[in-house]
Design a protein around this ligand. Sequence first.
Ligand code: ATP
Ligand code: MG
Length: 441
Amino acid sequence: MSESVRYTGVKAEKLIAVKGMNDILPPDSARWEWFEDTVRSVMSQHSYRNIRTPIVEPTALFVRGTGETTDIVEKEMYSFEDRLNGEQLTLRPENTPGVVRAAIEHNLTYEGGKRLYYMGPMFRHEKPQRGRYRQFYQLGAEALGFGGPELDAELMVMAHQLFARLGLRQVRVELNSLGIPVERQAHRSALIAYFEQHREVLDAEAQRRLLTNPLRILDTKNPAMQALVQGAPRLLDFLGEPSLKHLDTVKALLDACGVGWTINPRLVRGLDYYSHTVFEFTTDELGAQGTLCGGGRYDGLFEILGGKPTPAVGWGMGVERVLELVKSQGLGSAEPVPDAYAVIPQAASLPVVMRTLQDLRAVGVTVQMHASPTGDGMGSMKSQFKKADASGARYALIFGVDELAQAQVAVKALRGDPAQTAQQQLYPLAETAVWASRLRQ
Ligand code: ATP
Ligand code: MG
């Protein structure tokens, strides 16, 4: 073996990933691909189409769209100035504002409603911990230009269906209604009056929220404030007839589809743009980060972002959290193994070997080719068979010089009983399609 070439002669310092931003490596990445395949299938069954918007957007999109008084805009955004033209930009912390911006910009709802879904990285400067990262992936679905409660129900049924297809157990659905702006206004006044009477119990965060966004106090995780929050005026009691009817229809449709739900009057969600239905899918199995999916109706967002009034509803799902639950419940697919491993005694045979492997792949066989780490020769047969075994392949394709001289390849089973693995069979290189099916799973 030749000495490996040193390119610089200098020992460079190692670089590591940014805190809270993860590499997704094999074999875990196989679970991600399985998730993505399942998502595509469920989305297409419900007629949702894929949308991909930029990761970088104008900061103003989130300040206006997500809301100035949300945790995201107040303290979690990665914002920076474009060095060349001074534009204020932000790495998207969520995708709903981007989807609505794109819908307005391209007039997507011109001919009627659109059902869309996306999946990609989002960025929030949070304290990294289990289920909470600074770069994380969200799957989201949005139905734009539909005002009826059947869309709220369809989206929830679809999320439920996705969890079912993944095989997940013990996912709960919580539901609430935030009504319409005048109902929220009336509730807000009652809420402020109530909290002002109990000022001594409010923590610093809640004191501040009392002036900016009192509804968000209901969202507090502070144990010392739970009793206070439990006794607070409920938005549900301020809803008028149409809002109650909207909620009742959603409940009835969920019942009809076999999706269990509970009303949580304190469910308000962190984002400013919701109205009517809000919901969360949660689990007890992931500790504090138990919200897997959250969403709701956001009929006001198009106008906030300069578009025509357009009703809309959607949800966002945390992919890392879902996959952690998948893993802990022992679900998901194993890392794929190749059907065959190509053992290549002589580097000089590579042209004919690689051509044959192309033929095999064209008829659906998955093949891993042996490759040398150093670049000088292919390595001993013993080391090649060791690698073949470790690859998990069921067959070794042995491209020996004698076999190739007769335009043949030897196939040896690597798994199964000794009688099978002791044998080798010769097949013609020219007719891969005839025998290749035997190698496939
Ligand atoms: P949380 O209360 O956990 O902070 P959120 O209300 O900020 O959640 P949303 O903005 O509704 O979350 O995002 C939808 C989903 O994305 C969440 O339910 C969660 O599963 C996931 N999510 C949110 N923030 C993170 C994060 N920092 N890391 C990983 N997943 C996240
Ligand atoms: Mg959050």
